[in-house]
Every structure is written in C-alpha cells, then in structure tokens.
Design a protein around this ligand. Structure first.
Ligand SMILES: [Zn+2]
Ligand SMILES: [Zn+2]
Length: 450
C-alpha cells in the first residue's frame, strides 16, 4: 500500500467518523521537560563507542568508494543493507540510485531528513588509510559523512520509534553536485504529504559542537554555461591570415565581468566566474576555437534569468567584434539552474530550539548568506525546508581544508552531532506538530468521562 493511499485512508476515516466542527489538538504525551531532553539524549546515544564506530566505518567505506552523480549504485546498496539491518522499510530506486526510508507510524505528521550521496570528479591528495580507491573521484564535499549521519539518525529514531507519533522520511538523494538530484526526488513524489524537510552540510571552518544557519536566503541560486568561440587557425607569426579566438575569448571574459560591476544593483549580490578556458596546443599556432565555461549566481530567480540573457548576448556580441562566432550552451536539461536556498522562518525557530537544547544556544550561530548553491532548494520550492551547517573544526587539530579541496578531510567526531541533530529535529517536529484531530461538537467529553 502506498504512503499516499494510507494517508488518504487515515484522513477519510477522520472526516467520516468525526463532525467537522471545532479543532482540538492532541498533544504529545511527553512533558515539555521530556521534549527538551530529547536532543541531548540522542547526542549521548550517538556518542556511544559502538554506535560511533559503526558510523565511522560506514563513512570510511563510502570515502574509499566515491561515486559520481546518478552512479551511486554501491553507495545506494550499502544504505539499503544498513536499513535492512535496522529493519527500516524503504523505496528504491527513486531517481535512479535514491533510497527513501520510513520510520514511525506511517501516519502524519510526515517530516523528511535529507542526505546527498554523490562525490566529485577530482583526485584526492590526502594520504591516509582510507583514501579514495577510485582515481579521479573523491568525497571532497563531505557527502560520505552526510550519508553516515543520516543512517545514524535512522538508528536512533528506530530505537525510539514507539514514541514517534508520526513518520520520518529518510531521503538519500543522488547527484547534488550539479545534477539536481533533489529535483528528481521531488518529481518522483517522495515528498508528497511531507510537511517539512531538514538538511545538513558539514562545515570545515566552523568549530565542532557548533551549528550555523539563518532564516531566509542562505545560499545563492546558480546556473552553468559553456561557450565555444570559433575563429580561423593559422601560423602565430601571420595573425592577419587568421581569426584569433584566444583574443576574442579574452575580451569576452573581460566583458562578462562588467555584468556584475556595471549592470547589477550594487546592493544585490551576484557572481559571474569563468572556471574553464581551453584552447590552443602550441606556442606558435593560433587555434581554430576556444572553449570557456563558468557559473553565475544570484539570490533571485529574476536576477539569474537576467544574467543568463546578458551572458549569451555578451559572448556572442563580443566574439563577433573580433570576427569570431560563438555558441553558448546553458545545459539546462543536464544541469538545471539551482534556485536560492531560502530557509523557512518557522523552521528556523524549531532549529534554534532543538539545536539550542542540544548544544547550548550560544553554539547556534547566525550565519551570513553566501554564494554557494545547493539543490536542497528544490525541496524548499515545494515544502518548508531548513538547511544548516555543522561544525567540524577542532582547535587542537590542524585547520581543515575547504569543501571541494583535494585536501578536504572530515573530522569524524562531528558524526554523532549530525546524527543526533537530524533525529532530534525530526522527533521534536513530529511531537510538536501532532495532527489536529477534529472532534464533533456536542459529543465532546471531558477526559474523565471517556
Ligand atoms: Zn559540493
Ligand atoms: Zn555538498
């Protein structure tokens, strides 16, 4: 029986059995003190040696076998094997390699927790026992840790499932790094009936035991483009017999930098970066063509679309000034634009309460928005969502390298925090958002009459 159907049956039963006259909330049977203690209890649970070693083992196995977007077959297999061991039911495949697990009653409220599974196409340069075994592929964004933390949350929640008066949906999604896996998960209907979703990202620069986020815009929307600028190749010593695409591409790049400096509102953050410039093979040859590609970022969809239009105009117009032709491709099928990541205000309060109860409110930091992009925004386009960063830096150890660095490392001591935060955000959400059950007017009884 599908989740939708069971939810529907539940709601129909309520409507049939009860007269829609006034609302009465069935509150959680836990006291407010008991609710308050959930986060620190879960953290204690996550820090137990056996539990911690199990999460570390999963993370290291994933780190040794990194897989790129939509190719996370072994990762997906490992996740399903662990869910099987925990006795957690799941749907698979969702969006090629995705796995969606369920813990709880199968009834509302539904709250989702998300982990991304993909690695990056880059060579790991950290020499250690569990270095990537796949040349040119690396978990340099911490998604191996994200999977381990969500499995950790599953283990905690499964142990407490009798107290869950609702359902936690575990979303293991493919292809965050440019492939818009979240969009596919939404398209597969995995979030139907879900009222909120939470996502974690590890943060190497943030101290361990701290978290950071903000209500409203947190991360930028982003797009990607590639342009081929063609001229006419020839001898470097006879430039007047050639049409030089290297010079044309250079002017294109300079002109593209004027979009943000001269056309964008100075009070609105935008970025245009060219990350790739490929052309030529010899010092004394003018090549036929040059390929450039880059990314553009903004905090509104309108600004993104405006940048897209102007990037195309500038590349083709500026190339033609130098007698070159240009073809611009935005690859919107393969790499859909990511919308800005905008955190729900109500969930911000929930996050502060839960994380504050676990870590102390002084460890829950307000974060400035930044120009990174996340496909978590696809979830936030359809339901309230909240994305936050989890600290990893230990003062006594060396400074961790940035996300996407070939020297990126995870401080595995952060794993219990991630698992416990996931689990407590979901458990508290469910217990604090119990379904409003409608009782019929006139036949409502006081508790002692029931
Ligand atoms: Zn990344
Ligand atoms: Zn990432």
């Amino acid at each position: 029986m599908s989740l939708n159907f069971s939810t529907l049956v539940f709601l129909v039963l309520i409507v049939q059995l009860l007269n829609l006259s006034f609302l009465r909330v069935f509150c959680s049977s836990l006291s407010s003190n008991e609710l308050k203690e959930i986060p620190s209890n879960f953290l204690r649970f996550g820090k137990q040696k056996e539990f911690f070693d199990w999460m570390v083992g999963i993370r290291r196995k994933l780190h040794e076998n990194p897989e790129l977007g939509y190719q996370e077959f072994k990762t997906s297999e490992l996740i399903r094997a662990e869910l099987d061991k925990l006795g957690v039911p799941y749907k698979h495949p969702v969006a090629v390699t995705g796995v969606v697990g369920f813990i709880g009653t199968g009834q509302p409220p539904f709250v989702a927790l998300r982990a991304d599974m993909d690695a990056l196409p880059m060579q790991e340069l950290v020499e250690w026992e569990h270095k990537s075994k796949i040349p040119g592929q690396m978990h340099a964004c911490g998604h191996d840790a994200h999977v381990a933390m969500l499995l950790g949350a599953a283990k905690i929640l499964q142990a407490y499932r009798k107290d869950l008066k609702g359902t936690v949906v575990l979303v293991f999604q493919p292809a965050e790094e440019g492939g818009a896996g979240a969009k596919q998960i939404v398209g597969a209907g995995a979030l139907e009936n879900v009222s909120a979703i939470f996502g974690i990202h590890v943060a190497p620069q943030l101290p361990i035991g701290e978290v950071a986020a903000r209500a409203g815009p947190l991360m930028a929307g982003s797009g990607f483009f590639e342009a081929e600028i063609s001229g006419k190749g020839g001898h470097a010593a006879i430039p007047h017999h050639s049409i030089d695409p290297i010079l044309a591409a250079s002017n294109v790049i300079v002109s593209l930098q004027h979009l943000v400096s001269r056309e964008a509102d100075p009070l609105e953050s935008q970025v245009v970066t060219i990350g790739k410039f490929q052309g030529g093979a010899a010092f004394n040859v003018i090549p036929d063509s040059v390929t450039i590609s880059g990314t553009f970022r903004a905090f509104s969809k309108e600004s993104l679309m405006q940048l897209k239009q102007r990037i195309e105009e500038v590349i083709t117009g500026q190339a033609s000034v130098q007698r070159c032709k240009a073809i611009v491709n935005f690859f919107t099928e393969e790499k859909p634009f990511y919308s800005p990541t905008i955190n729900h205000k109500g969930l911000h309060e929930h996050f502060q309460n839960v994380a504050g109860d676990m870590l102390g409110i002084d460890k829950v930091k307000e974060m400035a928005p930044w120009m990174g992009a996340e496909d978590f925004s696809f979830y936030q386009e359809v339901i309230p969502g909240y994305f936050f960063f989890l600290g990893m830096q230990n003062d006594k150890q060396k400074q961790l390298d940035a996300l996407h660095s070939p020297y990126f490392e995870i401080n595995e001591d952060a794993l219990p925090y991630g698992a416990a935060l996931h689990a407590s955000l979901a458990a508290r959400y469910i217990l604090e958002h119990q379904v409003k059950v409608v009782l019929p007017e006139g036949i409502y009884h006081d508790h002692d009459e029931l």
